[in-house]
Ligand binder design. Structure first.
Ligand SMILES: [Zn+2]
Length: 372
């Protein structure tokens, strides 16, 4: 409750600061800093009610893009923005739009919205499910456990040893989460992709959720090779995000993820890929030589902030935008106001002066793990 009151208070202060002209002042002071926005999936059905930190609706996304256009922000392709950031030649109020993972909904929803504003963008594509063309196992399992209309289910015949005794499992919110975790753990440890699809189908039958509909509507599928080419033709550059959505600290394993990711995507596009996004934003100092060896030109994190001249191009901050971010918070972020507060807090070391960002009270969303 205290967090809710604190948030409302800070949102009210944001509105006052905007009216007082502080957003405009912040925008002027940060006019040559790069704002890199980050999105994930888009809503085809009810995915935003399932996971609002990952899926945003068409109207939500359109409102954000319209705000950028109507307020005179300069949207640049990532490659150009990175080059101009390095050379100190960014135009005023520069913005770059990035989208992580490569959900089919990017092609079905975001492509049309971005085309309407003629905005270039970058899609960081993870490639295991790009090649498999099956629903992301973890999301499909989590979604079905969340969506089941039943109050009690028999999960004893799924073939998941941890659930062998679950003949009459009450579907409380806690049991839904626990069962999903056990099914995911078994599917990743003991089954191949065909086995995981078969397990998903059995789970859907047990829960009373139509798995075929999830698969056919491609709620949790990634784009196809054909869609990747269409996105590129529409101004969305495809770049790297690891093969299995993991980037281990071990340099050999990390290099393997980059190699597999490139091998899956480059032949489809017929060009080299040299920009990268850390899966789940997790990065480590051991990654730098791996990225340099692979001739990666830029790498983005989930660290909130604007990128200033002289920024480390292999650890660029971004602004995560999703359903938890209100319009006034979005405006505070892209104006640079929130970032100036972060810098001020960092310099003064005054812990009572919390940066009023959504990250502070809900935390950065851990993305789904995609494991082969
Ligand atoms: Zn990701």
């Amino acid at each position: 409750m205290a967090a809710v009151i604190k948030r409302r208070l800070i949102l009210a202060i944001f509105h006052i600061c905007k009216l007082a002209g502080l957003f405009a002042l912040a925008r002027h002071l940060t006019r040559f800093d790069l704002r890199i926005l980050c999105y994930h999936g888009f809503v085809l059905d009810d995915e935003d009610r399932f996971r609002g930190s990952l899926f945003v609706g068409r109207d939500f996304f359109d409102r954000r893009m319209r705000y950028l256009r109507d307020h005179g922000y300069t949207v640049l392709p990532l490659g150009e923005a990175v080059d101009r950031l390095a050379s100190g030649k960014l135009p005023r109020d520069p913005v770059t739009i990035t989208i992580d993972d490569g959900f089919h909904s990017v092609h079905a929803v975001a492509r049309e919205v971005l085309s309407r504003y003629d905005f270039p963008s970058t899609l960081y594509l993870t490639s295991y499910y790009f090649e498999k063309a099956t629903p992301i196992f973890q999301l499909a399992v989590d979604y079905m456990c969340w969506k089941s209309p039943k109050h009690e289910v028999d999960l004893s015949r799924l073939g998941v040893p941890a659930l062998a005794q679950a003949t009459a499992l009450p579907l409380t919110p806690e049991n839904r989460v626990a069962a999903s975790a056990q099914i995911f753990a078994h599917g990743t440890a003991a089954l191949d992709e065909d086995g995981r699809v078969a397990l998903s189908q059995r789970l859907g039958e047990a829960l009373g959720v139509d798995y075929a509909r999830i698969r056919d509507r491609r709620l949790f599928n990634l784009i196809s090779p054909e869609e990747a080419r269409e996105l590129e033709a529409a101004g969305m550059a495809i770049e790297l995000h690891t093969h299995r959505h993991q980037f281990p600290e071990c340099p050999v394993a990390a290099a393997g993820e980059l190699r597999d990711n490139r091998a899956a995507i480059a032949p489809v596009l017929g060009r080299a890929l040299d920009h990268f996004c850390y899966p789940s934003g997790e990065w480590h100092h051991t990654h730098r030589p791996v990225l340099e060896d692979a001739e990666i030109r830029s790498a983005t994190t989930c660290q909130p902030g604007l990128a200033r001249k002289g920024a480390n191009l292999l650890a660029l901050p971004r602004l995560l935008d999703d359903n938890r971010v209100s319009q006034i918070e979005f405006e505070a972020e892209v104006s640079g106001f929130t970032d100036l507060l972060r810098r001020f807090r960092g310099k003064t070391r005054m812990p009572w002066m919390s940066p009023p960002s959504y990250v502070e009270w809900v935390g950065v969303a851990p993305e789904m793990l995609m494991i082969a």
